[in-house]
Design a protein around this ligand. Structure first.
Ligand code: SAH
Length: 242
């Protein structure tokens, strides 16, 4: 079963609050919801189970990225640690011209993404199974993206080491963070200096229907990342650069 009338209403109203007209995309979000719920009975893809939670905390939260003016044109976007496809799938549904690579280290999640991309008929969405620490050293992925997005993957110090190597110089990384982002930001310049990045912007925002604050942290790639980064799998999180 897809979204109920109430679920559709919530999505449309939330979309409007974010400045988006989601009417053309209702069928896609409804199908994604259906696929997610069906797959979640077989394998544990997401902890969010109610329709309201999925609509607000997966769909609308993902779409808060569109508050930033960074998504015009046929850009190459990497969603690092996408899980069941967030924020990458909602972004791709609304911005069809983007090329979106959906990366996750867990095979069953990537299997779901393949099923979802196929069922949704999304062209230019590519599920990718692997670890960022390894893929970032491959020539076809290194400094090959215009944007990297990530939600709920790692603290910013570790995340910057995982993500900046994928960006071409001039590209941007957007991390979706919660209300306590300030502590993560303090030591960040140290890591960014080593990786060729700078902090461009921290955009606070509110999610429709929720009290908790959110923030989008935008990093800019200003110089090539030295070949030593990212370090071996697990190291960026165990021994963060800041
Ligand atoms: N972004 C999704 C999932 C968050 S859970 C959401 O917000 O709903 C974090 C995900 O990141 C997990 O699925 C995990 O497998 C993936 N992940 C963590 N570290 C990773 C790495 N180094 N390379 C690839 N995927 C990673």
């Amino acid at each position: 079963m897809g979204l109920t009338e109430e679920g559709e209403r919530l999505l449309l109203e939330g979309g409007r609050a974010l400045g988006l007209d989601l009417r053309p995309h209702l069928p896609a979000f409804s199908l994604l919801y259906q696929l997610l719920m069906a797959a979640n009975q077989r394998v544990n893809l997401t902890a969010l189970r109610t329709e309201e939670e999925v609509v607000v905390k997966h769909f609308l939260d993902s779409l808060t990225l569109l508050q930033l003016p960074l998504w015009e044109g046929p850009l190459r976007v990497l969603d690092l640690g996408t899980g069941a496809g967030f924020p990458g799938l909602p972004l791709k549904i609304v911005r069809t011209e983007l090329e979106v690579v959906l990366l996750d280290a867990v095979r069953k999640k990537v299997a779901f993404l393949e099923e979802a991309v196929q069922a949704l008929g999304l062209r230019g969405a590519y599920p990718l199974w692997g670890r960022a620490e390894e893929l970032a050293h491959r020539p076809e992925h290194r400094e090959a993206y215009d944007r990297v997005v990530a939600r709920a993957v790692a603290p910013l110090c570790a995340l910057s080491e995982l993500s900046l190597p994928f960006l071409r110089v001039g590209g941007r990384m957007v991390a979706q963070k919660g209300p306590r982002v300030a502590e993560e930001l303090k030591p960040l310049p140290r890591a960014l200096g080593l990786l060729g990045g700078t902090l461009e912007e921290v955009r606070p925002l509110r999610l429709p229907f929720l009290e908790e604050g959110r923030a989008l942290v935008v990093l800019s790639k200003v110089a090539p990342t030295p070949k030593a980064y990212p370090r071996r799998p697990g190291v960026p999180e165990k021994k963060p650069l800041c």
